[in-house]
Design a protein around this ligand. Structure first.
Ligand SMILES: NC(=O)c1ccc[n+]([C@@H]2O[C@H](COP(=O)([O-])OP(=O)(O)OC[C@H]3O[C@@H](n4cnc5c(N)ncnc54)[C@H](OP(=O)(O)O)[C@@H]3O)[C@@H](O)[C@H]2O)c1
Length: 288
């Protein structure tokens, strides 16, 4: 048995990790308010009471636009708390698997981002997540594992798929940006990959990129959600492509954030699932 502490257990990824926990894992899932990872006393108690072999940090401040108005809150969770976790890993001899984001890149590239490509976040959220990665590397050096992912959705929690489904209920037309490209990723597949890493006799260190397979714009993603759920609706909804300028948001987002997943997929040893297939499976779960 390995004792694995998962922070952010109530979030999308945490929930998927919990329901897919393998038999060899003694899972300790924690979240706010009982365990606030920004509190040194909470983090120390978490380690001393559970003596984890691995700590999987799925907790984060994930409100990308709100972060522009409250950067301190974003940095407290995404940088300072991550440093606390790393320091306690060093002290208690636990392995840290930290989850990060495609938003550490500026998205001006035109080929999938490799783990070693230079980060250059565009907004507060991305910058705070990059600062968290730096804290992990500073405290634990190359002995830690950082997994960057992108465009997460799940049947649990708030995400793009849920937003589209809500809009499709009461609108005839939905406008969605078509000039931001990435890979929608079912958090269930990411959870599965993370368990495969943690289940190894020693967790592979380094920075890994993991998403589902394929590439899409937010517009393509919305069209797919509409098509897959059309039989449930009495009338069709028109999904119209727009440019980013036509849907201004407080935070700038990377126009191209496809990640190069070769190393992670090779480790995983499973056939990566195309995002459209993963979406279909998630929707079957939502509407059995
Ligand atoms: N969602 C995406 O599209 C996406 C894309 C790329 C990378 N990621 C990364 O993937 C990871 C998982 O994301 P997710 O979508 O599962 O996020 P999520 O649904 O927002 O879940 C995050 C969880 O962390 C909790 N949390 C926040 N502050 C905390 C604190 N101080 N102490 C303890 N727990 C705290 C949240 O609680 P509250 O809800 O109460 O705040 C929530 O339960 C994050 O590292 C995120 O940066 C996400």
């Amino acid at each position: 048995m390995k004792t694995v502490v998962v922070t952010g257990i109530m979030g999308q990824l945490g929930w998927e990790l919990e329901r897919s926990a393998p038999g060899w894992a003694r899972l300790v899932g924690v979240d706010l308010p009982e365990t606030d990872i920004t509190r040194a006393d909470h983090v120390e108690r978490l380690f001393s009471e559970n003596r984890p072999d691995v700590i999987l940090n799925a907790a984060a401040y994930t409100a990308v636009d709100r972060a522009e108005q409250e950067p301190e809150a974003a940095y407290r969770v995404n940088r300072d708390a991550v440093r606390l976790l790393a320091e306690n890993c060093a002290r208690f001899g636990a392995h840290l698997v930290h989850v990060s984001t495609d938003f550490v890149f500026d998205g001006t590239g035109s080929r999938p981002y490799r783990p070693e490509d230079p980060p250059n976040p565009l907004g507060v959220y991305g910058a705070s997540k990059r600062a968290g990665e730096e804290a992990v590397l500073e405290v634990l050096g190359a002995g830690s594992t950082i997994v960057r992912t992108a465009w997460l959705y799940s049947s649990h929690g708030a995400n793009f798929v849920k937003t589209m489904l809500r809009l499709f209920e009461d609108r005839d037309e939905v406008r969605v940006v078509a000039d931001q490209v990435g890979t929608p990723t079912w958090a269930a597949n990411l959870a599965n990959f993370l368990w495969s890493l943690v289940g190894r006799s020693s967790v592979p260190p380094g920075i890994f990129h993991f998403t589902d397979a394929g590439v899409a714009s937010w517009y393509d993603f919305a069209v797919a959600v509409e098509e897959e759920t059309r039989p449930r609706r009495l009338r069709p909804v028109s999904v119209r492509p727009i440019r980013t300028e036509e849907y201004p948001t407080p935070a700038r987002r990377p126009p191209y954030s496809v990640l190069d997943k070769h190393a992670a997929w090779a480790l995983w040893g499973r056939r990566p699932e195309h995002w459209r297939e993963a979406l279909r499976r998630m929707l079957q779960e939502l509407f059995p």
